[in-house]
Design a protein around this ligand. Structure first.
Ligand code: SF4
Ligand code: SF4
Length: 133
């Protein structure tokens, strides 16, 4: 199976060979989808992680035991419905139809389809869409 996980690294966790542990000990493969470092204090990493479900869960426990925050997500972008005016502009920017208008002209976000391109963030006139990383 495949999961998307968002990792938060405190400074104390940097420099440890976490990726090697995930591959060797837990038989996991992963793709790094996005990465950022804030003021050399903490880092954030979005991973697509592949493996057996039990191995993925064990790998997540391992990361948490090493002070790494782990959040399972489906999409790196979130729509704040309070700021959304259902204008539909973001749907034109999304090439994989992860954003669609329903029959009542209300925005639907299919998080599982998202490819993290961020085009919708720029397309939204009310800044209702924000990226987690
Ligand atoms: S980030 Fe890209 S793929 Fe994901 S919802 Fe926005 S436009 Fe669509
Ligand atoms: S562009 Fe922004 S305001 Fe318009 S439907 Fe999308 S999220 Fe809502």
């Amino acid at each position: 199976m495949t999961k998307k996980i968002l990792l938060s690294f405190p400074q104390s966790a940097t420099g440890k060979p976490m990726a090697m542990e995930l591959i060797k000990t837990y038989n996991l493969d992963f793709n790094i989808l996005k990465a950022s470092i804030d003021d050399n204090v903490k880092g954030t990493l979005l991973l697509e992680i592949m493996g057996e479900e039990t191995d993925i869960n064990a790998g997540i426990v391992f990361l948490r035991q090493n002070q790494i925050g782990v959040m399972e997500i489906q999409s790196v972008v979130e729509v704040n419905k309070e700021d959304c005016v259902d204008c539909g502009a973001c749907t034109a920017a999304c090439m994989v139809n992860a954003l669609e208008m329903d029959e009542n002209w209300e925005l639907i976000h299919h998080q599982d389809k998202c490819l993290e391109c961020m085009h919708c963030v720029k397309a939204c006139p009310t800044r209702a869409i924000h990226a987690l990383i």
